[in-house]
Write a protein that binds this ligand. Structure first.
Ligand code: SF4
Ligand code: SF4
Length: 389
């Protein structure tokens, strides 16, 4: 039976989307393709009407199978005969010039198996397609503007190849996010925001969530839980703060500017808890303020840590073969334990297993521009070696 997830307006698109949506990034982190369809089927059965994927959400699952999120999302929608409303499919590409934009978009359309113009379908099911520039930053924004890519995106929208356009971005790109919003051409923006980091919201120089909302841009909130590594980090943090997953999700759902919170649950039981939270009453304002205060006690401890989001290896491979996200994950958990005054011995053992690979880094810096959190990857690898060897 479908849950009663509340709908909110997605800005100027005039679509009404479930306030809890599903982020399909983590399908690549599951063991099997069956598990991927299990969560997708569950999401669709629960009345979630927005699924967020990307051309780059690919990877090898636990069974060694190559997984493309767009393919799985398209298949899951196509095989349903019981959907009673169009699904809003959000996908993203790394094409920042007109030709790269066309190339990426055409691959996404074929992977999702989108058909039609204007009135788009996947199989027999009508959909709305929202196409985003993936990971807008300074360099990419300059390329988009100077290459004429924005005009191309508007043409593609006018031709009905996609229904709406937008961009995603991350914490460190506030000036570019504002510049992009100021063009007034984007329908949707996807931004990170959570109880530990509200710098694109109320804790920023400009509250960009409010800024986007006032410009009638629909807002998809990602990273409500702060990244893939948060479950493990949270096991450490919960000894120090009184914040659970419900509280984290409630914090985001309570923000009046956000259209939908993209919860990156991996398993049905996790998403079921998210739905239960979304369909329960919101905590009172005083409780939210107390939770924010709790989070601020350890927010500094989370600075400069790798979140295992894996965005850096979506389009980049270290030429020396260093699996730097894996090393940074161990080092970040070590750093968190140091900051909280906990025992760190287990991290030396973990580093030892990765040492040969980690120490192949020649410090070329080619990975630097790929970290969404702007971590100094080569410096952190060196620090990891000094601290953990
Ligand atoms: S700095 Fe190190 S990890 Fe980064 S690309 Fe160069 S060799 Fe690879
Ligand atoms: S290095 Fe940066 S982009 Fe890569 S997983 Fe860590 S936080 Fe994410």
């Amino acid at each position: 039976m479908k849950s009663r997830i509340k709908r909110r307006r997605l800005g100027r698109t005039e679509l009404f989307v479930s306030e809890l949506s599903y982020g399909a990034m983590n399908l690549r982190l599951l063991d099997t393709i069956d598990e991927a369809y299990e969560i997708l089927d569950y999401v669709l059965s629960q009345g979630v009407n927005l699924i967020d994927t990307a051309r780059a959400y690919n990877g090898i699952n636990g069974h060694g199978e190559f997984v493309e999120s767009e393919v799985l999302v398209g298949n899951a929608i196509r095989r349903r005969s019981d959907l009673d409303e169009p699904i809003v499919v959000v996908t993203k590409g790394h094409g920042y010039t007109p030709s790269q934009f066309d190339e990426d978009l055409s691959v996404s359309l074929s992977k999702l198996k989108v058909e039609g113009r204007g009135n788009l379908t996947i199989g027999k099911n009508p959909i709305y397609l929202v196409y985003l520039y993936h990971g807008l930053n300074k360099e990419r924004w300059e390329t988009i503007v100077s290459s004429g890519s924005l005009e191309r995106a508007l043409e593609v929208k006018a031709q009905g190849i996609v229904n709406f356009i937008g961009f995603s971005s991350h914490y460190k790109n506030a000036p570019e996010i504002k510049d992009a919003l100021d063009t007034d051409v984007f329908d949707v923006v996807e931004l990170p925001y959570n109880i530990f980091n509200a710098t694109l919201g109320e804790d920023g120089e400009i509250n960009l969530l409010k800024y986007a909302y006032e410009r009638n841009v629909g807002i998809i909130n990602m990273k409500a839980f702060g990244g893939n590594s948060m479950p493990d980090m949270y096991n450490v943090l919960q000894e120090y703060i009184d914040i659970d997953y419900r509280a984290m999700l409630n914090f985001c759902l309570s923000n009046p500017y956000i259209s939908t919170v993209d919860a990156g649950a991996r398993y049905v039981n996790e998403f079921s808890l998210d739905i239960d939270t979304a369909t329960s009453p919101r905590p009172p304002r005083a409780e939210l303020a107390r939770l924010k205060n709790e989070a601020s006690k350890i927010a500094d401890c989370l600075q400069g840590l790798c979140r295992e989001c894996l965005h850096c290896i979506e389009k980049f491979e270290c030429p020396e073969g260093v699996d730097f996200p894996a090393v940074l994950s161990v080092y970040s958990r070590y750093l968190l334990s140091v900051r909280l005054g906990r025992d760190t011995e287990e991290f030396r053992d973990k580093y030892e297993k990765q040492r040969e690979n980690a120490e192949k880094c020649i410090g070329c810096g080619k990975c630097l521009s790929w970290c969404e959190y702007k971590l100094d990857i080569p410096a952190m690898l060196k620090d990891a070696r000094d601290a953990l060897r």
